[in-house]
Design a binder for this molecule. Structure first.
Ligand SMILES: C[S@@+](CC[C@H](N)C(=O)[O-])C[C@H]1O[C@@H](n2cnc3c(N)ncnc32)[C@H](O)[C@@H]1O
Length: 390
């Protein structure tokens, strides 16, 4: 979309076209395109139909606000989930920030949350069409500057505002997240943290060796999905590594990083939240739960009694079987297991491939946890412990 089309899209001239597109049962269909093109140019029709489709898709990230916001496909994909943006904004505000400069704002998901938390926001975006959409999304809640963050950051931050950046990947190619692919560059955005309150959002797979010294890092999981690593400067312990669970906001600090003790599989098994694992907080969680790993470096925890914790899913171990494909196939047949969930750590096997080989067929369902132990690889038959049943 070019900036002129974006300006039309957010203007009152497009309201009828947006309503017509929103009324289509399938905005991506030929029938919808034909209907909307009767009254609008092909470019306008495509733009409003895309909005209708993206607004429907955006409900999972933005709830009912999705129907009022403007998106591009890329910007929606990159936009921070509303719960996560709210948590970040409140964390910056509670740290003492009153103004924030958002360098590379996309359609403004984070910027909107900053404004909602009561911060004064200036949002910078170098793609002209995206900047138009961000300005429409923010309305009176903030100012959008269309320009290169690298050029405008100095002036905008001169009065002591907090900084936020969520750098984009330069290319969509490749699955690996590399700092060299980011724009604005990693060195530029992390360099802005010195001496001011700030937050940089990064992918959760962020390698530890690119985190500058003295920076506090959080690994955020939202409803069990590991969504980001965020680097913080401000009143947080320098060098700390913390898992954050959203929407509850519960935090677990890795503390001094100690490996859990190693011991036998017991009556219970915990699967730590992915944020806890990435933050290196499994050792800390093991202390809290009086638990042990089945083998050094394996991020399962075993214990003889169960505690309720938001930082791990607890399972009761019903049976401990050797990890042996033929034996497991026999077990699956004998138990009449048709629905088979397989979890694995530390054993080189693809659960989907193994499931096929075990030929599940029957009415029963079961969960297997495959893990190495110091007595050999094991397949543990487990059952989730429901919260409150501990
Ligand atoms: C990952 S998105 C931001 C998403 C945003 N935090 C949200 O939740 O909606 C990054 C944005 O930064 C913009 N960007 C990349 N490099 C920039 C630069 N040097 N100056 C300004 N904007 C830039 C991209 O166009 C993109 O829209």
């Amino acid at each position: 979309m070019d900036a002129d089309l974006a300006r039309w899209l957010v203007s009152t001239d497009a309201l009828d076209a947006l309503a017509e597109a929103a009324a289509q049962s399938d905005p991506g269909s030929m029938a919808a395109a034909t209907a909307v093109r009767r009254n609008w140019t092909p470019g306008q029709a495509a733009a409003v139909l895309t909005q209708a489709e993206l607004r429907r898709r955006a409900v999972t990230k933005f709830g009912e606000a999705a129907g009022r916001l403007f998106f591009t496909r890329d910007a929606l994909e990159q936009a921070t989930r509303a719960d996560v943006a709210r948590w970040r904004a409140e964390r910056l505000r509670d740290a003492g920030a009153t103004d924030v400069v958002d360098l590379g704002c996309g359609i403004g998901a984070d910027a909107l949350a900053f404004a909602a938390a009561g911060l004064d926001v200036v949002a910078v975006e170098f793609d002209p069409a995206t900047a138009v959409l961000a300005a429409a999304n923010l309305g009176d809640a903030g100012r959008v500057v269309c320009g290169d963050a690298v050029e405008v950051a100095g002036d905008l931050l001169a009065d002591g505002a907090a900084v936020f950046a969520d750098p984009a990947r330069r290319t969509a190619s490749g699955r690996t997240w590399r700092v060299a692919d980011l724009t604005p560059s990693w060195d530029f955005v992390t360099g802005l943290l010195a001496g001011r309150i700030g937050c940089i959002k990064a992918a959760p797979g962020l390698p530890s060796n690119v985190i500058p010294d003295g920076i506090a890092t959080t690994w955020v999981s939202h409803r069990g999905d590991l969504v980001e690593a965020s680097l913080w400067s401000g009143p947080w312990a320098p060098g700390s590594r913390t898992a954050v669970l959203l929407p509850s906001g519960q935090e677990l600090d890795a503390g001094e990083r100690r490996d859990p003790p190693v011991g036998a599989v017991g009556r219970y098994l915990y699967e730590p939240d992915p944020g806890v694992i990435r933050a290196g907080a499994v050792g800390r969680l093991a202390e809290i739960l009086a638990a042990r790993s089945p083998q050094a470096g394996i991020a399962y925890l075993c214990a003889d009694s169960v505690h309720t914790t938001p930082f791990a899913t607890a399972f009761e171990v019903l049976q401990e079987l050797p990890y042996d494909e033929r034996g497991l196939r026999r077990w699956v047949q004998e138990q009449g297991v048709g629905i088979l969930e397989i979890k694995v750590r530390g054993i080189d096997v693809d659960p989907a491939v193994l499931r096929k080989k075990l030929k599940p067929a029957g009415k029963a369902s079961a969960t297997l946890v495959l893990t190495p132990t110091n007595d050999g690889a094991r397949a543990l038959v487990v059952r989730r412990v429901e919260a409150g049943a501990a």
